[in-house]
Ligand binder design. Sequence first.
Ligand code: 13P
Length: 285
Amino acid sequence: MALESMTGMLGEAKEGGYAVGAFNILDYNSMLAVVKAAEEVKAPVIVQTSTKTVVFWGTDAIISWAREIAGRCPVPVALHLDHCKDLGLIKQCIDAGWTSVMIDASASPFEENLSLTKQIVAMAAGKQVSVEAELGRIVGVEEEISVAKDEAHLADPQQSERFCREASPDCFAPAIGRAHGIYKGEPKIAFDRIDVIAKRTHLPLALHGGTGLSDDVFKKGISLGCAKVNISTQIKYAFIDGFVSYHAAHDKEYNPLKVIGAQFSRIKNEVAQNMTLFGSAGRAA
Ligand code: 13P
């Protein structure tokens, strides 16, 4: 199938009470593993690229992988640019063929965030490109965006409502107490805020910082309106551990294709498990 935006798949997920997994890929092999997992469990999927990954490989390479892989896959696939504060790079990705982008102007004051988000929504309009926007601050490091604990704050429901009404993004990422990366201790997720913000904005919400959350946290967040779940750090671990553990067990072999194959299987299996947990498995049947 041709790449599609997140709008349809997230609308269906919100209606159906499940979430679409959004996985940060690193190269062709990890993109293929994520999409093959989706195909295997019959789930819609969002393939995400960080800005660093886009800068590393360039837009031409990534869009050609995505079109080729999605083109021979029977389930819906969106290609999404994760957390980006660089308007030039967002435009470059839209022009290259990304079907979804995230403007992350959450470090800016409210009015500036609103204005930048409106600009990106206008840029995407009429191009079948969905837009995700963020309000509040998520602890941890995601790309060049680093937020310390004392800088983090939760999204305000009233501001969230105004932000979404005026900017009209397709997906909203309010800060609700989760962090990027490996959690140190139990994360305090503000479920009451997810509930209120989902009801006031009427938008599918994105749950960021998916790595390390418990099954119960995922299920509760999804039941309250999180229709997109972001997983990045887990993919980085599977990418490196899949490679290293195969080589450690076969240290005389030096067969790169077998190592790459082991890495592929590790990522594919973990992604498929996530899709089952998020309830998206079987939804693209
Ligand atoms: P993790 O790295 O915690 O999985 O978070 C991913 C994320 O939210 C990407 O935007």
